[in-house]
Each structure stands twice: as C-alpha cells, then as structure tokens.
Write a protein that binds this ligand. Structure first.
Ligand code: UD1
Ligand code: F6R
Length: 365
C-alpha cells in the first residue's frame, strides 16, 4: 500500500494535496462553508463564552495553529489545554464553554478522559477527528470528520494539515453571521481553494530538504523559532524531528528568545527561523539580525521573493515557500519541516514508520 514510496510517512507527506482536497470536498459551497456536522449547533457555539481547544501532541499543535484565526473570525476567546494537563489540574470547564477535542485517532486516552470531564461539567463538546465511528466521534455532541484518509505512519503529517483546514472551515462557519469580517472570510475561502496547488508546489522542496537534512545529520540539537500564526509550526516541526529523527529539537516563541534561549546561540547550533510574510514579519527580521550578530547558524524559512529581505548578505540558508492567506500559511510551512524530519530519519538510519517507544494511538494514560 506504500506504492512507489519507501515509507508510509513519506507517502502521507506527499499525499497532502489530495488529503486536503478530500477534507474540503463538498464543504465549500456558493462562496460559503457548509459543515453538515456543525450546522445545527452553530447558534449555540456563537453564544458560548469561550472555546477551549483540547488535544495531545500533534493534534494540540494543530489546534494552536487554529487558535488565532478562530478568535479573529468568531470574536470568541479561545484557551488551549493539553488533555493530560487539564485533567491534572482539574481545570475549570463550564456549561457556557464550547470544548473542541482534536484527535486524529479519536481514541487517545487522555483526550477521551478530558472529554468525559467536559461532558460532566456540561460543556458543549465538539470533535475534530479523522476516524469515523471512533469513541471521540461517538461521544461528542457534534463535530467534523477531517476525511484525510487513513494515516498509518506513527508520525502524524497529513492529519495535521487537514485538522488545521477543518478548523479553518469551522471558524468560517461560526463567524459567517458577521458582516464586518465578510471580506476576510472571502479571502480565506479563496486561499483554501488554492491550498492544494500551493502544497504541491512546496512539496517540490523535497530534494532541497534532503540536502539540508544531510548537513544536519550529526547535529545534537535543532531549535525552531516561530511566532504568531507560526508558533505552532515551530512546535510541530520540532516534534517531528524529535519523534522520528531522534534528535533533540525545541520549538520556541521567537518573542521569548531574549528571555533565555539566546544564551544557547553559537556558530554550531542550527536554528530554523520561520519568517514568512505576515503581520509579524518585521519582528522576525529583527530576530534574525540579533541571531546573526551572535554568529547563529541560521536556516530561514521565508515567502518566495523575500530571501534578500530576510538575509541581506547571504549569511544564512534560505527555504523559500509559496505564500497563501496568512492564517493558512502554517499548512504550507510545516511541509518542508515534515520533509526535513523524514530525510533526517532515513539518513540517520532510524525507523521512520515505527519510531522507538511510540505507538500510533496512545490508549493508556
Ligand atoms: C456526512 C457523511 C458523509 C456524506 C455527507 C453528505 C458520515 C460519517 N459523513 O458528512 O459521508 O458524504 O454527510 O452530506 O456519514 N460528529 C461528531 N463528532 C465528531 C465528528 C463528527 O459528533 O468528532 C458527527 C457530526 O456532528 C455529524 C456526523 O458525525 O452529525 C457526521 O460528521 P461529518 O462526517 O463531519 O459530516 P458531513 O460532512 O455532513
Ligand atoms: C505525533 C503524534 C502524536 C499524536 C498524539 C495524539 O506525530 O502522532 O503526538 O498526535 O498522540 O494522537 P491523536 O491525534 O490520535 O489523539
């Protein structure tokens, strides 16, 4: 079933133009969004006091990527919960909350226990899952199947991008009664339509990412700095590198760099800075300057045509990616990092589809 690919992870990375198409199929209609699984509940969601996103690992990161645009398009405050941490704290969940559970498998124990907890507390519980008939799908009040197709590689790749797109459609549907954001919604819908072709384009970076992986093969650690829409990209890129390539990697908020991580910077430690074009661009430019002045070994991800703006004297390696609507850019930006983690794993001689100590679905607490 791997076809011409060597590994499921590789196949699933390259499948994303198709999986994203199936996520959106039949759901973008007449310039609007139609999510059959939510339409009866939109009124209740619009009235809620807050949205709480709950998940683990990659699914948590997808929710984090969605947080900003959900707040922007709905005006509802969004808080984030790692499922195990919500349970450890027995954090407050109220009847007036909409709790959105994100899980590829729909069977993750921590996420399901958090669901029981939110149900007991009377919240409206919404599921975002890839698995029809899963416990999550059955126990939530309503939800959206992301329809990414079966994901086999332990490292989640195509589910991550489909989760973000499903949540983008959810935000558009919830916010669809707001006149003031109509133009913004139209722009995002047109961005969604062009997303699969942009993903095909960014996948052409495969050979370049293999070459980059080769240069990082013996590194002990890799930092990834992101902010705004792409803070989640930094976390998710680092998670991929550590779980499959078995290399220490941390995703960090670029705004926190001065508050500690800067001390790590030297000419050896590779650092990826995500600096695609959005409202945070000039802040990322100054982060790059500060890192370069400490002789940091930089790899900068930027929008096509921005290479000289992010790296004036050619002092860093540049990954140029196609631009889409800012809030959808995380879908594009994660792909070179997925490819990098994949090639790094193969070059370092580790098992891509079955990383040591990990299981596809974590059904124990
Ligand atoms: C549904 C059909 C799809 C069909 C389409 C045609 C299913 C699973 N989906 O898709 O095959 O092509 O209508 O209009 O039969 N749900 C939850 N929790 C979750 C996920 C989903 O409760 O975590 C519920 C939804 O609220 C909904 C149902 O499951 O009632 C199906 O969800 P979804 O597949 O996303 O709905 P449609 O896109 O309408
Ligand atoms: C990372 C990965 C895990 C899962 C996590 C949640 O690549 O796959 O971090 O994302 O175990 O799994 P689901 O989404 O099935 O709840």
């Amino acid at each position: 079933k791997k076809g011409s690919y060597d590994h499921f992870m590789q196949k699933e990375i390259h499948e994303q133009p198709h999986s994203l198409t199936t996520t959106m199929r039949g759901r973008l209609k007449d310039g609007g969004v139609l999510l059959g699984g939510l339409k009866e509940h939109l009124k209740t969601i619009r009235r809620c006091r807050r949205v709480v996103f709950i998940g683990c690992g990659t699914s948590y990161n997808a929710a984090l990527a969605a947080r900003t645009f959900v707040e922007e398009l709905t005006g509802i405050p969004v808080t984030m919960e790692v499922a195990s941490d919500l349970l450890d704290r027995q954090g407050p969940i109220y009847r007036e909350d909409t709790a959105v559970f994100v899980s590829q498998s729909g069977e993750t124990a921590d996420t399901l226990l958090a669901l029981d907890y939110a149900l007991e507390n009377g919240a409206l519980c919404v599921g975002i899952t890839n698995t029809v008939g899963s416990t999550l799908s059955r126990k939530t009040h309503c939800g959206v199947h992301i329809n990414a197709g079966c994901e086999i590689g332990v490292a989640s790749t195509k589910a991550y991008t489909s989760q973000i797109v499903a949540m983008a459609m959810m935000a558009l549907a919830i916010g669809s009664d707001q006149i003031s954001t109509q133009a913004r919604r139209d722009a995002i819908i047109s961005g969604l339509t062009s997303l699969p072709s942009c993903v095909s384009e960014v996948l052409k970076l495969d050979a370049e990412m293999k070459e980059l992986a080769y240069s990082l093969i013996d590194s002990e650690s890799l930092l990834v700095f992101g902010r705004g829409y792409n803070y989640a990209t930094a976390l998710e890129g680092a998670l991929k590198v550590k779980e499959v390539a078995l290399m220490h990697s941390e995703g960090m908020l670029a705004g926190e760099m001065k508050h500690g991580p800067l001390a790590l910077v030297d000419e050896n430690l590779p650092i990826i800075v995500i600096a695609t074009h959005d409202a945070c661009f000039s802040k990322q430019q100054s982060v790059i300057q500060q890192l370069l002045s400490r002789k940091g070994r930089l790899i900068v991800m930027c929008s096509k045509g921005d290479a000289s703006a992010v790296c004036p004297n050619g002092s860093c390696r540049v990954i140029e990616v196609p631009g889409v609507a800012d809030c959808l850019q995380p879908v594009i930006n994660i792909i070179p990092l997925q490819l990098l983690a994949y090639h790094l794993t193969v070059l370092r001689g580790f098992d891509v589809d079955q990383p040591r100590n990990l299981a596809k679905s974590v059904t124990t607490q």
